[in-house]
Design a protein around this ligand. Sequence first.
Ligand SMILES: Nc1ncnc2c1ncn2[C@@H]1O[C@H](COP(=O)(O)OP(=O)(O)OP(=O)(O)O)[C@@H](O)[C@H]1O
Length: 776
Amino acid sequence: MWRSMCEVRSAAQYKRMKIYIEVLVGFILVYVVQFSLADTNPIDVAAINKLYAALGNPVLPGWVASAGDPCGEAWQGVQCNGSLIQQINLIGANLGGELGDSLGEFVSIKSIILSNNHIGGIIPLSLPVTLQTLFLSANNFTGSIPTSLSTLTELTATSLNDNLLSGEIPDVFQSLTLLINLDLSNNNLSGELPPSVENLSAVTTLNLQNNKLSGTLDVLQDLPLKELNVENNLFSGSIPQKMLSIPDFRKDGNLFNLDGNATVAPAHPPHSPVTTAPPSGTVVSGTPASGRVPTKHADGPTASKQSSSGKSKKNTKRVVWITISGILGFIILALGLVLFIPRCGRRERVERTSKPHRPGAYGGERKSPWDNGPLVQPPSETEKVPKVAVTRPKENHQAEKDEQRMETLPKLLSHEIDMSALDVHSMPPPPPPPPPAPPLAAEKVIVEPTTFPGGDNVNPSKRSPIPPTFAKCFTIASLQQYTNSFSQDNLIGLGMLGSVYRAELPDGKILAVKKLDKRVSDHHKDDEFLELVNNIDRIRHANIVELIGYCVEHGQRLLIYEYCSNGSMYEALHSDDEFKTRLSWNARIRIALGAARALEYLHEQCQPPVIHRNFKSANILLDDDLSVRVSDCGLAPLITKGSVRQLSGQLLAAYGYGAPEFESGIYTYQSDVYSFGVVMLELLTGRQSYDRTRPRGEQFLVRWAIPQLHDIDALSRMVDPSLNGAYPAKSLSNFADIISRCVQSEPEFRPAMSEVVLYLLNMIRRESQQNESNER
Ligand SMILES: Nc1ncnc2c1ncn2[C@@H]1O[C@H](COP(=O)(O)OP(=O)(O)OP(=O)(O)O)[C@@H](O)[C@H]1O
């Protein structure tokens, strides 16, 4: 065939052949596009239908027990890539029932996130081998950990903690070399750690606390652990020397042999799981008698899928594969022809001049105003660390800086000006965020929770106290005097780290004193606390609450901050109707900008960079003139320890600010970006991030809002009624577009904060241009 084509001699024959091929390629492309836009893959539909039935047909927007189109109809919590389901994320959705036996049937699902529900029964034996994250914590799962875990070779994080799991941990870790976070804590697991644990060559966080595990920790000694919690188990023997350098190693409540003497370390009462674990020895209902034998799934993906599918499904699958292979074959053939013909032509008709290349209908990606290339390349985790320390003085001239920044963005501006030349009202609504692409390798995405500064490998007890440079040292006596002995009248509020009091100095100056709870202070030695103070003291930015001083006395730890007279954005929006009416649309954009600048500074300019970790509207304080001061910056090390850590995770997730990855203990810069998106949603809707007084489907703001963000009509119905319609429609849709970028469930698709700042600045600039032209 190839030869005969090359032998085509006449120009007419060549032209005819070319047209024929172009038409053929056109047909193929149309078919491919149709295929990629087609309904959800039928195998995935069948699997999700079964899952839904097993969960007891709960009320979940979009979901149905038979057929349907989860990808096309955007079922709640479902994310797809083309026609394939990639993620099911239903954290805290009040789900009951069981998981059924359909999970292993999903074709290419990467993430199942069902934490904080009431799902019972066993963890299915059949699991999808494509899984990268499996979060089932805080449910009512019984029985043992399934052996099919061994087939999940792409797994990077899994949390099975806070369930009723019992029996031994199976020896399934041989091939889980990508696993970074594993949480099995707060169950009823017993027996020794299986030998294959030593193959977890990527694991950095391992939580095994509050079980009945026994034997030694020897299999853990060569793992790259940064955080290990084995508290409240029955571990014994001596602790391998190497393990003492794990930066966060908690081991109390075991039978370790310290200094050659068998020692019973003081046991803490185990954290009670969400539901009470049955006493050991109790036969747990629902535990399969024989269900723990390895299934055919261990044979690999094909086996696993076939074993769990019926004959008809096999046929469907075959048809799909044949179709895909056919299409691919066509494409290869067509490409071959397209590439081959010109070469033949060149060989045969050297006098022919080639046509200039014109991209076809599918030749380029659709661009949107926001898609003009990343405004600032989203830095990867490593790129985010600035090479040179930049510390912004408080008295920086932000307006001038913004001018400069805008000038450095000729590409953006020229594009935006071009866009504004168009009729904005006839423009389509903002485009949806880009479709999920295969996630990056986990190690590129994950940043370990911030630990105490000073290097991970430094033993805290060996650090020498470094007195803070600028922060003033207060005595308890003076603070007692300024707060009227920490009287109730001066109590401003309570947080998870402690209580905040209003303090009045003799010169009339008002300060805010954060008195850390004992359970927080107890985790940190004096020198660690001073180091923390030193690091907070370095954080200086016009949009961040300034640390004035500290106090370390008699085991008490206090942080003294500048006082913000207008309370928090949370109070302004949700507790004070009168204040809320003062928050015009412009004021809201400016609050968002101030908060974005604070995060941009923490992530990209501060040295060392800082992850906030507790970003929410209650931590966005407002000054006299409503300018933003973000609080609790640099306090992450206090909340990465002990019970506060758990509490912080629960609170962030429970109140709707926690990014999906937070469930696994992964908290990155992008997790802050997610929380920032939730704060923007609060500004847009005037709703709380979580409001249990609302109907079920509306309680979690993100879940309720996301499907509506790209629908102009729905958007205008979502806006805070107290704005009385006083906002430009275009500005609203741009604001919504930024939100939907920030709250994407795949962290790597969220923008860097510097991009968010630019988006907001650009919105403001365009509005002022619009206002000027209206005035003329
Ligand atoms: N510098 C400050 N000026 C004025 N009010 C403050 C200041 N710092 C904190 N507050 C107020 O004190 C209260 C408690 O703050 P705190 O940061 O301890 O807890 P939170 O933000 O409510 O919760 P979390 O502990 O999760 O951060 C909040 O209502 C906050 O508005």
